[in-house]
Design a protein around this ligand. Structure first.
Ligand SMILES: [Fe+2]
Length: 192
């Protein structure tokens, strides 16, 4: 069954995100969906043709991590936006952030610090499904650094395409705009 690109047109109009930036970002996302489907089809064909174990098969298998995560992480990202940016700190997630980071402020400092690291990738707040603990993690490109057994709770794109159109090199300003638009209800709903 092929993956279908979701429509995130409702994000247009968010404060701090231009229409040009968002439309380009949607196009990039659609490319990951297309490529994930293409790779899955090609790998299935190669399996049927007895080409497992060839260098071509191996390289396409490696590529899956990049294309699939490029698709899925953008979905988490777009779906944790278009909110009012206000977290109820006495709610389930607010209390959990305080418990695991000492305070909400320390969590925010660590998450923003992760997001402003040099390099391209993602800053992600995860919940460890084994212990329930929350952790902020840097993901290089799309496929490297995912902690096993953890579920993404809040996903922030820090590839240059996510902000350079509107903010130039001022990534910290983009992160402020991102925070103003977080849909904390959607984020909290991912928490177990
Ligand atoms: Fe992106």
């Amino acid at each position: 069954m092929a993956y279908t690109a979701k429509d995130y047109g409702h994000l247009i109009g968010m404060e701090g995100f231009s229409e040009t930036l968002l439309k380009n970002h949607f196009t990039l996302y659609q490319g990951y969906v297309t490529n994930t489907n293409k790779l899955m089809d090609t790998l299935t064909t190669m399996l049927k043709e007895g080409k497992v174990g060839t260098p071509e098969y191996s390289e396409l298998k490696r590529r899956m991590g990049f294309e699939f995560n490029g698709m899925r992480l953008h979905e988490y990202y777009f779906e944790n936006l278009a909110g009012k940016g206000v977290l109820d700190k006495s709610g389930k997630l607010g209390r959990k952030l305080t418990e695991d980071f000492g305070s909400y402020e320390d969590w925010e400092k660590d998450f923003k610090g992760t997001g402003t690291m040099r390099g391209i990738g993602w800053a992600i707040l995860y919940q460890d499904n084994v212990t329930g603990r929350l952790l902020n993690q840097w993901i290089n490109e799309h496929e490297t650094g995912h902690p096993a057994g953890c579920f993404p709770i809040l996903v922030m794109d820090v590839f240059e395409h996510a902000f350079i159109t509107d903010y130039g090199l001022k990534r910290a300003d983009y992160i402020e705009a991102f925070f103003k638009n977080i849909n904390w209800e959607a984020v909290e709903a991912r928490l177990k």
